[in-house]
Design a protein around this ligand. Structure first.
Ligand SMILES: [Cu+2]
Length: 192
């Protein structure tokens, strides 16, 4: 199992008022796409009614990396002519949250609602080389970065948040950075 990378950035999006801003930034120090989300302390967010999709296609999880808001139902599909299984041993290392969805053939789907924020490392017990990730964000304010790490999170209410960046490829690390902003916020996170 690859190690998880986590970086925490504390920043301030304005001081007072019901305004919303946009967070721009870049995740560096790790290859490929990362996921970025904020943890809005004390905020509650209704669960999305729209389902997300995780396919198994060409003997791969597709997308390889999916980020959803807490409370989202994910529809797991099999588009291959062979049977696939879906299981995760834990969520962010908590083995009591591990789950096996079972094994099913092409054209069928099974659904699961993710209620706990964290990292869900997907595996298939039919094909040991298959892996994928679902990141469950505590808030609706999340983004998947470009391959070079750039991201934008729009319409974030003014406030003080923790920002977490996660990448499957690097070493684990947590860092704290203060970013002071007027208007839009900028957060550059080095996972090295
Ligand atoms: Cu499989």
């Amino acid at each position: 199992m690859k190690q998880l990378v986590s970086a925490v950035v504390v920043f301030f999006v304005g001081a007072i008022g019901a305004h919303a801003g946009t967070i721009h930034g870049k995740v560096s120090g790790a290859k490929g796409q990362s996921v970025v989300y904020i943890d809005a302390t004390g905020g509650t967010f209704p669960a999305p009614t729209k389902h997300a999709e995780m396919n198994q296609k060409g003997l791969m999880f597709s997308p390889h990396l999916l980020v959803v808001q807490k409370g989202t139902t994910v529809d797991f599909k099999n588009e291959d002519s062979v049977e696939h299984n879906v299981f995760w041993p834990s969520i962010s290392g908590n083995k009591s949250l591990g789950h096996n969805m079972g094994t099913w053939p092409q054209g069928q789907q099974r659904s699961f609602t993710f209620q706990t924020p964290g990292v869900v490392a997907l595996l298939c017990n039919v094909h040991p080389d298959m892996s994928g990730y679902i990141i469950v964000s505590p808030t609706p304010y999340f983004a998947t970065t470009s391959n070079s790490g750039e991201f934008t999170i729009a319409n974030v209410p003014n406030g003080t948040y923790k920002l977490t960046a996660w990448n499957q490829a690097g070493k684990g690390k947590t860092q704290t950075i203060q970013v002071t902003v007027s208007g839009d916020a900028e957060a550059n996170i080095n996972l090295k």
